[in-house]
Design a protein around this ligand. Structure first.
Ligand SMILES: [Zn+2]
Length: 419
């Protein structure tokens, strides 16, 4: 589905980078292999080198993501085959690179820009989900609604994917067309190094293997030459690289068929500061992105709660202490018994037999795991409000809720047997 806010890479650990390339594919024909479509650009400048970039990165052990334009992808199907074979992801960047909010305002059909491109790239998209990046990073509440209302899009896409690091390569190539500066690739690599440091040494990097709206910039494109300077320097500095679908927040959204908020007995919602990077408070009067949770069904009546940053809820010492969303993986400490009271209320019991609840602190009401002897009193019961759901999973969601009701029964029976 599409989200209200663009997805960025700030959930990545330090020294971790994710390469993305926009506006391709493009090709500069080799000598001896003339093509009338490219003859002029070959004479004028270096031009785009999607295939060489894909192969170079593969040899460097790096898997990137290419957000292709439908109109370019239709020209070079052979490039799509090889980009996928090299282990890279292919994403959707619209057909013609328009300003989508303007298109919508003019009563146009932004969803057709995505659907047409999907039809072209789909054979080379890895798995069920297609990642989407909006041209110019344009995103509005109206566009968010319009794309989610198109079922064929919302159920198969995750987006918009934004970026954390931009070294404005396109501007370097635009300037090169005037200056023909032989040092342009090196200077551009320096810009990226600066931008990487500025972003805290981690995140999604924006680059362009072609260009969507300026022919002359396309002809000056030296992203391939720039990468051959930048990548060895980054490796020397011990950066490492992940593919887009390895970023925790994206893994979380790919795995969660639905996201929900939990309302506590103080009538406030559980709120994850910084997406889960701080204390978990129970103080939010309304539901926004900071309140939305994912769930991992572990089977055997057990689940783990997932924060928007992709990390799991982990009760300190199993009980008595604050609950933080700081676990990268699910072990015993993150495993919660899921206990349902009715179709909208649940309680969570830790492996130590404590219950998730809230307690009043100097900073406000905070989520803790506390020891109630037999079952949770009212403070340990949360109302579940499902807020985001991939449409075709609605039935699955209902089955999940029914399953929860059945679990209550078995939980109650088990406890009766113990008494
Ligand atoms: Zn673009």
């Amino acid at each position: 589905m599409f989200y209200r806010k663009g997805i960025r890479g700030n959930s990545l650990p330090p020294m971790t980078l994710c390469l993305t390339f926009d506006d391709g594919p493009g090709r500069t024909w080799d000598e001896g292999d003339p093509d009338p479509r490219e003859e002029e650009s070959r004479k004028i400048g270096p031009g785009p080198h999607t295939l060489l970039i894909a192969e170079y990165l593969k040899n460097q052990g790096i898997r990137a993501t290419f957000f292709f334009l439908g109109r370019h992808a239709a020209q070079y199907p052979d490039i799509l085959v090889k980009v996928k074979e090299s282990g890279h992801l292919i994403g959707n960047h619209t057909f013609g690179h328009p300003h989508l909010p303007d298109l919508l305002a003019r009563k146009g059909a932004p969803y057709e820009e995505l659907l047409t491109t999907d039809a072209i790239i789909k054979p080379w998209v890895d798995g069920r989900i297609t990642f989407f990046r909006s041209p110019y990073s344009d995103w509005t509440p109206e566009l968010y609604m319009a794309l989610n209302n198109t079922l064929a899009l919302s159920m198969n896409h995750i987006g918009p994917i934004d970026w954390d690091i931009d070294g404005t390569d396109w501007l370097s190539w635009q300037n090169w067309c005037i200056t023909h500066d032989p040092d342009a690739p090196k200077k551009c690599a320096d810009n990226y190094l600066k931008a990487i440091r500025k972003a805290g040494n981690r995140g999604i990097i924006l680059m362009h293997d072609s260009i969507g709206d300026r022919e002359n910039t396309r002809e000056g494109n030296q992203t391939f030459q720039m990468l051959q300077i930048l990548i060895p320097r980054l490796k020397q500095m011990h950066y490492h690289f992940v593919r887009l679908d390895e970023i925790p927040v994206i893994v979380s959204r790919m795995n969660d068929p639905f996201r929900f908020a939990l309302k506590a007995s103080n009538s406030k919602y559980i709120y994850l500061q910084d997406g889960g990077g701080g204390k978990i408070m129970v103080d939010s009067p309304q539901v926004g992105p900071g309140e939305l949770l994912g769930i991992e069904d572990l089977g055997f009546d057990k689940a783990a709660l997932r924060a928007p940053n992709g990390r799991f809820f982990s009760p300190g010492n199993g009980g008595g202490d604050a609950v933080l969303a700081d676990a990268a993986d699910v072990h015993e400490g993150e495993t919660l018994d899921l206990v349902t009271f009715d179709q909208t209320h649940v309680a969570f019991r830790t492996a130590m037999g404590n219950w998730l609840t809230w307690t009043r602190t100097a900073d406000g009401d905070q989520l803790v795991a506390s020891a109630f002897p037999f079952g949770p009193p009212e403070e340990g019961v949360f109302a579940v409000e499902v807020r985001e759901c991939r449409q075709p999973v609605t039935r699955e969601l209902l089955m999940f809720m029914q399953d929860l009701v059945e679990r209550i029964g078995s939980w109650r029976n088990r406890n009766k047997a113990r008494e």
